[in-house]
Write a protein that binds this ligand. Structure first.
Ligand SMILES: Nc1ncnc2c1ncn2[C@@H]1O[C@H](COP(=O)(O)OP(=O)(O)O)[C@@H](O)[C@H]1O
Ligand SMILES: [Mg+2]
Length: 357
């Protein structure tokens, strides 16, 4: 039974683009609750979270969802910052120049820094952004308000390091500032290597696991009119990878509910859009290990080490790194598997091509 809208091929409910809130959303209930509970607890159990996961796993979408749901609460204000800008300066400018915030800060009298209302234009050079941010937060605290700062795609640059070191002072001083960041493993680990940013070690990481397969199947069967059986097969073809969920839905919709016909486009889109990029960011040794995992029949350490002709001392660190990047996962017996759908074949092909075989 195929729906009329599917047959007409219009208004595809699935999306191929990153960074926007998708219409078809498989909720990440656990992660959302974890952050909200920690932030809303009195006193908060954490004031920062780092969302990590492979490209396309849904970091930006999750951050936006948490941000929106906190923004709906009365006491919460949110600001999104970009790592390409001076974070402290932009934050202070936002707080004092944005009408909404300026109004909030005006309520109940002026600010002590300059005696009364602040004009950033002229004062910007003389009053440091940190002092202004602190002032604003003291004010928020008195009003029972909380400020959530969101930073997508964290990297280790001057602005981020500066911001992180001030942030840890602000939370130490009990000010109501909260931080939600997303980042790829390698960028986060570069940032954590900075000596004075110890708070990052205490910042809990939300590792994005696969989406719930049953919920994916239910979504496919209701949106695409496919049978329950086929919907489950489709769900397992995505391995719960967020981007794959959209791409398979998108092309199956285009093929009027026939997912088998959608498979060639599904595979190609994943490869061209994400796997190429992921592959290009891996070191030679990472690639080699991935190749061995893809080529192995059992995923067992012994078989993989045999394929590579290496010992434990080399195997363990490369394995751990790929697990942290969330490209491979170990099951309960320690057997390694590739986490992304249809990637084994891509890995084998790319590795053999790289090596001119
Ligand atoms: N919870 C979700 N349910 C359904 N689709 C999702 C979900 N999270 C992400 N997606 C889809 O996956 C793709 C990648 O999401 P995005 O958040 O941009 O990934 P990341 O920031 O980790 O690279 C987008 O097409 C998005 O629509
Ligand atoms: Mg993103």
């Amino acid at each position: 039974m195929i729906k009329d809208s599917v047959l007409s091929g219009k208004n595809n409910p699935y999306t191929l683009s990153f960074g926007k809130q998708p219409f078809q959303n498989i909720p990440r209930l656990v992660e959302i609750n974890e952050v909200k509970e920690a932030f809303l607890n009195e006193p908060p159990t954490h004031q920062a979270f780092m969302i990590t996961g492979v490209r396309g796993s849904g970091k930006t979408v999750l951050m936006t969802e948490i941000r929106n749901s906190l923004n709906e609460l009365n006491d919460w204000e949110v600001i999104e910052l970009s790592t390409s800008q001076d974070l402290l300066l932009t934050l202070s400018q936002n707080l004092y120049e944005d009408k909404h915030f300026a109004n909030l800060l005006k309520q109940g009298g002026g600010l002590s820094v300059l005696g009364f209302g602040i004009q950033l234009n002229g004062a910007q050079d003389s009053v440091s952004p940190v002092i202004l941010i602190r002032e604003a937060l003291e004010k928020f605290k008195k009003q029972g308000k909380k400020l959530l700062v969101c930073i997508d795609e964290i990297i280790s640059n001057k602005y981020v390091k500066e911001f992180a070191s001030i942030f840890q002072i602000l939370i130490r001083d009990d000010l109501p500032i909260f931080l939600l960041m997303t980042g790829l493993f390698q960028n986060i680990s570069n940032l954590m290597d900075e000596k004075n940013l110890t708070f990052l070690y205490r910042t809990p990481q939300l590792k994005l696991r696969p989406l719930n397969l049953k919920t994916i199947a239910d979504n496919y069967s209701s949106m695409l009119g496919v049978s329950e059986d086929n919907a489950l097969k489709m769900a397992s073809l995505t391995k719960g990878y967020s981007f794959a969920f959209q791409v398979l839905g998108y092309y199956t919709y285009r093929h009027k509910g026939n997912y088998n016909d959608a498979l060639p486009e599904y595979r190609q889109y994943l490869e061209d859009y994400v796997y190429e990029k992921i592959w290009s960011e891996l070191s030679g040794n990472d690639r080699k290990l991935l190749y061995a995992v893809a080529a192995s029949e059992t995923g067992r350490a012994k078989e993989i080490k045999d394929i590579l002709g290496i010992g434990n001392n080399k195997y363990t660190p490369y394995r751990d790194r790929l697990i942290k990047k969330m490209i491979i996962a170990g099951d309960e017996y320690g057997h390694l598997k590739i986490t992304l759908p249809l990637m084994e074949d891509f890995i084998t092909r790319s590795y053999l091509m790289d090596n001119g075989i």
